[in-house]
Design a binder for this molecule. Structure first.
Ligand SMILES: *Cc1c(COP(=O)(O)O)cnc(C)c1O
Length: 433
């Protein structure tokens, strides 16, 4: 931001000093550090080829893994629901906002996930922030993978439970935390366990052991595309009497039979107590859900704040999500195409010499390290007609800036090859390869 803009920002339009003027200073600081990313606006159709900020591009940045966001069966279901039931739902679920469609979606999702029950939320974000503080209290401990999604972190912050972090995907590290927690009733700090804090709050107040322990992990990690070691996590958690929660946002529709998620992928049915899924990514619509036992659903309905205090999905959203389950069950070839494209694109990036980290899924990071370089790389790719967003601090560590790519089932080989060609050109230009 130029100095004059900063000066102008320091005053409100009415001429008084702006009490929020410090925000303009923060923005100038982000810009100086190349950590400020503007929004790009999509004006074209939502497809692999679209128009961003007026430029035709091939997109590698959408979570619409299976193309369901524009699938005719979903579109028709949404239109029918709007015509028959209106555009809004009118109230929170506990007042007058529970429609037959909401209940039907939850029954279908529970059957799909092989769980007793499901409760939907307005988004995956609210599912996490709605379930975690509701099922944990001040005499409990939450143990969380250090790279868990922001919505899990916020859910943990809303809880009165003590908390500890275990090193990323490290089952032995998780066991160390659980062993010490069970032995002493306090949260361990020090070697191998980073970010442990608040341990004395719970144990200090009560002086006793933790009543309940909840272990939380992403199923697929959203920035690196790696998969949680769930069999090991379940095994350790069972030994220490801890509940397990898995956030399967990036696995829903991607991993497991017909996209049932990581629990199905590892055949761990019945061993994960809380499954969170999103309806906003591969499912193509909007929303989140919690899948598990019947008493989990019943308790959340009584106590979960986003459920109790925020209006339910419009009928068109629930109808489109129901239609999405039909497509997941009826067109599994979409998931096969997604994985074929994933293998082709990942191999291509690796042959070019890029560092693609530890990805095992359609999320493939191209790790550039330096934030400024990542921003420049994204901008140059954009000039060449490829939309692939840079991801910088605080979404990833300061020295782990990257271009994050996601292929979908809908990309053609020609489109993916064009992307690889552009990555090669820009990578050599900026000396990333
Ligand atoms: C995207 C994401 C969410 C949030 O889901 P929304 O439905 O977009 O709110 C939650 N958890 C993880 C791991 C995610 O990647």
């Amino acid at each position: 931001m130029s100095e004059t803009t900063a000066l102008r920002a320091a005053e409100t339009p009415a001429g008084r000093p702006d009490p929020l003027g410090y925000l303009a200073e923060e923005i100038a600081d982000l810009q100086a550090k190349h950590l400020y990313r503007p929004l790009r606006v999509m004006t074209g159709a939502q497809a692999t080829r679209t128009v961003m900020d007026g430029r035709p591009v091939i997109s590698l940045s959408s979570n619409n893994y299976l193309g369901l966001a524009t699938h005719p069966h979903l579109v028709r279901a949404a239109l029918d629901a709007v015509r028959d039931l209106g555009v809004g739902s009118g109230a929170v679920r506990t007042i007058a906002g529970t429609m037959e469609l909401h209940q039907e979606l939850e029954r279908r999702l529970a059957a799909f996930k092989h769980t007793e029950a499901v409760l939907t939320f307005q988004s995956g974000f609210t599912a996490n922030s709605g379930v975690i503080p509701t099922i944990t209290g001040e005499r409990d401990l939450i143990v969380s993978d250090e790279l868990n999604h922001a919505s899990i972190i916020d859910g943990v912050r809303l809880s009165r439970a003590a908390r500890a972090v275990f090193p990323h995907r490290d089952v032995d590290g998780l066991e160390r935390v659980l062993r010490e927690a069970r032995a002493k009733g306090t949260v361990p700090g020090g070697s191998g366990v980073s970010g442990a804090s608040g341990g004395s709050a719970a144990s200090g107040a009560s002086g006793g052991p933790y009543e309940h322990i909840l272990v939380i992990t992403d199923g697929v990690f959203s920035m690196d595309g790696d998969i949680a070691p769930l069999p090991g996590i379940c095994e350790v958690a069972e030994r220490y009497d801890a509940a397990v929660m898995v956030d399967d946002a990036h696995a829903s529709g991607v991993l497991g039979r017909n996209g049932r998620g990581t629990i199905d992928h590892f055949d761990l049915h019945g061993r994960v107590d809380v499954q969170v899924g999103t309806l906003s990514k591969a499912v193509g619509v909007l929303g989140g859900y919690v899948a598990g036992r019947q008493h989990l659903r019943d308790y959340l309905i009584q106590r979960s704040r986003p459920f109790l205090f925020s209006t339910s999905h419009p009928p068109a959203v629930a109808a489109a999500c129901l239609a999405a389950i039909d497509v997941l069950e009826g067109e599994p070839e979409r998931i096969d195409r997604l994985w074929e494209n994933t293998r082709f694109f990942k191999a291509g990036l690796q042959e070019l010499g890029f560092d693609t980290g530890v990805s095992e899924t359609p999320i493939t990071p191209v790790i550039v390290r330096d934030s400024e370089k990542a921003g420049r790389m994204s901008d140059r790719l954009f000039e060449l007609g490829i939309f692939a967003q840079a991801v910088v601090y605080p979404t990833v560590a300061l020295d782990k800036a990257r271009i994050r790519t996601i292929v979908t089932s809908e990309h053609s080989r020609d489109e993916l090859q064009a992307c690889l060609d552009a990555f090669g050109t820009v990578g050599r230009e900026l000396r990333v390869i």
